[in-house]
Write a protein that binds this ligand. Structure first.
Ligand SMILES: *Cc1c(COP(=O)(O)O)cnc(C)c1O
Length: 359
């Protein structure tokens, strides 16, 4: 049988392993920052009705421009955004890939401040561009000065700023984004996958779009809208940027079912954001109580907490798994990342940690 090594695969893909967090069927799953709450019954029913409405026309290709969905995202985001400033894809990962296909590629570079989202180097690799990781300060914060200096030194074609940042939970101020815009000659994308979970939701890069035509802001329905299984991400930028992304997308990339499901879910944004508020409380509870157990949780504006001060993260990971609790070892020394769950799930992980740290 032929193995991967025997295939005439691209040289730059040889020896790589695909992205993948463990998908284990355990009672408490707090490892990939999913929304802990299931899709509410009423929302699910509305989604099914919307899908039923479009299904008989499934012999036709879907609306290639997903006009209704773009209008709906523009309304949801506010900030005076118009539908022609909106893009969407099957998860924000696809949207980020579109951005790199249009503005990156061979001979170009992508700069990010690490530790950050582990998909960025893989997305860069996929389009054959160079990945430039620049380390953050010890406490994972970023200053306008540090960002300006890094961009001036490396002169990247694309900058990805993740805020709130995965896996650290760190949010950046608008002054940091302004510094990036002033220093960068290329595209600056702010990945706001966790924006709805921030303590101060007004600190969004959407507020700067009017001033900077090379600024892109990506969001996802995976986290705040409990929609990880449906795959919908989106982006706001100048209309010309959207035109650039059209050049690289596959035709009809958003199925009629996906468009219908997202449209229906967006009609329930109030309900979904109320659940986000409950998750924010559990996130804050994790930070407070883990600190009381003598650990070092990092401040977080996302739906997860990076917990430092763990003597043996691998042992703690295994001990939690034995108790039916799955968290994430992101490979940062002395840390584990824990997603905020329902009150019961959060209580379970806190009780287990209390027991393990007392030993
Ligand atoms: C979860 C996450 C995403 C979203 O991915 P989807 O493809 O929309 O599910 C994007 N960026 C970051 C930093 C994330 O953590």
């Amino acid at each position: 049988m032929t193995s991967l090594d025997d295939l005439p695969i691209r040289d730059d893909l040889r020896g790589l392993t695909p992205y993948g967090a463990p998908q284990l069927e355990v009672p408490v799953r707090l490892n990939v920052n999913e929304n802990a709450y299931r899709v509410p019954e009423a929302v699910a029913v509305d989604i099914v009705q919307e899908i039923a409405r479009v299904l008989p026309s499934a012999n036709r290709y879907p609306d290639r421009e997903f006009d209704a969905l773009r209008a709906s995202f523009a309304t949801y985001l506010g900030h005076g955004l118009q539908p022609e400033q909106i893009w969407a894809g099957n998860g924000s990962n696809e949207v980020l890939q579109h951005v790199l296909q249009a503005f990156g590629g061979p001979g170009r570079s992508l700069l990010s401040f690490t530790p950050t989202y582990s998909m960025y180097p893989l997305l860069a690799q996929g389009v054959g561009m160079e990945w430039v990781p620049v380390p953050r300060a010890e406490d994972f914060t970023l200053t306008p000065e540090a960002v300006r200096a890094a961009i001036e030194e490396h002169d990247p074609d694309v900058v990805f700023l993740c805020s709130p940042n995965n896996p650290t939970g760190t949010a950046i101020g608008l002054d940091v984004i302004e510094a990036a815009m002033e220093a960068a000659r290329g595209i600056v994308l702010v990945d706001e996958a966790y924006a709805e979970f921030a303590h101060d939701r007004s600190q969004t890069a959407l507020a700067l779009l009017e001033r900077y035509p090379r600024l892109l802001v990506s969001r996802t329905m995976s986290k705040a809208f409990a929609f990880a299984g449906i795959r919908v991400g989106y982006l706001a930028a100048a209309p010309a940027v959207i035109d650039a992304l059209r050049l690289v997308r596959l035709p009809y990339h958003l199925s009629a079912i996906t468009q219908a499901a997202a449209l229906a879910a967006l009609r329930h944004s109030g309900e979904m954001l109320a659940r986000v508020d409950q998750l924010r409380q559990q996130r804050d509870r994790l930070v407070d109580e883990l600190a009381a157990h003598g650990l070092q949780p990092h401040p977080s504006d996302a739906n997860f907490v990076l917990v430092g001060g763990i003597a043996d993260p691998q042992a703690m990971f295994s001990a939690l798994l034995e108790r039916g609790i799955l968290v994430r070892d992101v490979g940062l020394p002395g840390t584990l990342r824990v997603t905020a769950g329902t009150p019961d799930e959060t209580g379970a992980v806190l009780a287990a940690v209390a027991e393990l740290t007392a030993e």
